[in-house]
Design a binder for this molecule. Structure first.
Ligand SMILES: Cc1cc2nc3c(=O)[nH]c(=O)nc-3n(C[C@H](O)[C@H](O)[C@H](O)COP(=O)(O)OP(=O)(O)OC[C@H]3O[C@@H](n4cnc5c(N)ncnc54)[C@H](O)[C@@H]3O)c2cc1C
Length: 351
């Protein structure tokens, strides 16, 4: 009989190699803990790759309770990207720094942009029927992070185990034993960062639901659109190289990640009404991803019912924006420090 293989031992085991799991892993490495991130597929290949990449701090669709986390995360972003670049050698630029936000109500007269001001940021835009205000918000291309973040985590001597699904977790006297499809991992703490899949019964049965989003790329001269544009039902995100990413549908379709041509056609029609000179590339670029949704639209950050286990998930439409602050406040809470932002509103116990 073969002797039972000894488990791999780390301070913290993280399930899910998306932006949340890897950013938290990086933060914990910075604080000197040994970390293993277990990703069942390829890191940064689910929602964190499919996202638009807007750092939409002041999106009026965000729940008001999210604002303190969003503001803190936007403030942490420059240092977060610098650190990723220093470790990985890959630059992740902010590709826009401004957003034209459609004004929802006629009463919002403060800061309404004039036609001349709109032309300054977006000469190609047909603003008919819209009033806009200008927001100082960035955006990045998740494709840039897809390469850089796993490389940064590895360069920080984090262990990234791809092709390694977490099958179950049990708490022990001093920590946890994590069962994966490849090996067992013994850790002091476990964190569930499985995004839209975080609700699995083996991970603590959280009420996280997948909310599908379909997106596509159009083309437009970069100088004709120099900022993000958000109006009801559609947003345009120029990448600075002629690509304009348009999105996104919001669909409750289970774990289906297929692209449907009629949905993409509707998005393109809406985008062309705003940016009539945009063109569709000869090879259509469209994709879909699953946001980790929660019933109150807020993330789930805190301890699980299982001893030594934590959750950091449910970031819905804002996981790219909220990655730096999530990494920071989770690391603080896990190490017994007082978090930069109070976490009561985000506790898993609210469900
Ligand atoms: C179309 C679309 C547009 C978006 N636009 C924006 C935007 O503009 N700005 C913004 O801030 N946010 C945006 N989001 C939201 C953002 O993408 C998510 O909130 C964020 O990516 C969530 O990150 P995550 O790491 O929790 O999840 P994910 O990136 O989905 O990562 C979770 C990982 O866990 C892995 N996993 C699952 N189960 C297991 C298991 N049992 N064992 C091991 N690994 C497992 C999965 O394979 C996956 O890689 C958008 C999302 C979509 C879909």
């Amino acid at each position: 009989m073969e002797p039972t293989k000894k488990p791999f031992v780390v301070d913290v085991a993280i399930a899910g190699g998306g932006i949340i799991g890897l950013s938290l892993g990086l933060e914990l490495r910075q604080r000197g803990l040994s970390v293993a991130v277990m990703e069942r597929g390829q890191a940064m290949s689910s929602a964190s790759w499919a996202a638009g990449g807007m750092l939409a701090v002041n999106d009026p669709q965000n729940p008001p309770e999210l604002l303190p986390l969003s503001v803190r995360s936007w403030a942490l972003y420059p240092a977060y990207l610098d650190r990723i670049e220093a470790l990985s050698g890959r630059h992740v630029p902010l590709r826009t720094r401004w957003t034209l936000q459609h004004l929802e109500s006629e009463r919002e007269s403060d800061g309404v942009l004039t036609e001349a001001e709109i032309v300054e940021y977006a000469p190609g835009l047909d603003a008919t029927g819209h009033s806009f205000k200008l927001l100082e918000e960035g955006s990045l291309d998740p494709n840039d992070l897809r390469e850089a973040l796993p490389a940064a985590f590895r360069a920080a001597e984090g262990t990234l185990l791809e092709g390694t699904a977490v099958l179950g977790v049990e708490s022990t006297a001093h920590g946890v034993l994590v069962e994966t499809q490849r090996e067992r991992i013994a850790a002091g703490m476990f964190v569930n960062c499985c995004g839209a899949w975080a609700g699995g019964p083996r991970l603590g049965g959280l009420p996280v639901v997948p909310v599908k989003g379909q997106m596509a790329n159009l083309r437009c001269q970069p100088e004709r659109l120099r900022c993000v544009v958000r109006v009801p039902g559609i947003y345009l995100i120029p990448r600075g190289d002629g690509r304009v990413t348009i999105g996104a549908t919001l669909e409750h379709a289970g774990f289906d990640e297929t692209v449907q041509e009629p949905s993409i056609r509707q998005l393109i029609e809406a985008a062309l009404r705003l940016l009539p000179e945009a063109t569709t590339p000869s090879q259509m670029e469209s994709w879909a991803g699953l946001r980790p949704g929660t019933s109150d639209g807020l993330p789930i950050l805190g301890t699980s019912k299982t001893k030594h286990c934590w959750h950091a998930t449910g970031h819905y439409r804002d996981g790219i924006l909220l990655a730096p602050v999530t990494a920071r406040v989770m690391a603080q809470a896990m190490l017994g420090e007082s978090p930069d932002v109070p976490l009561e509103a985000f506790t898993p116990a609210r469900f």
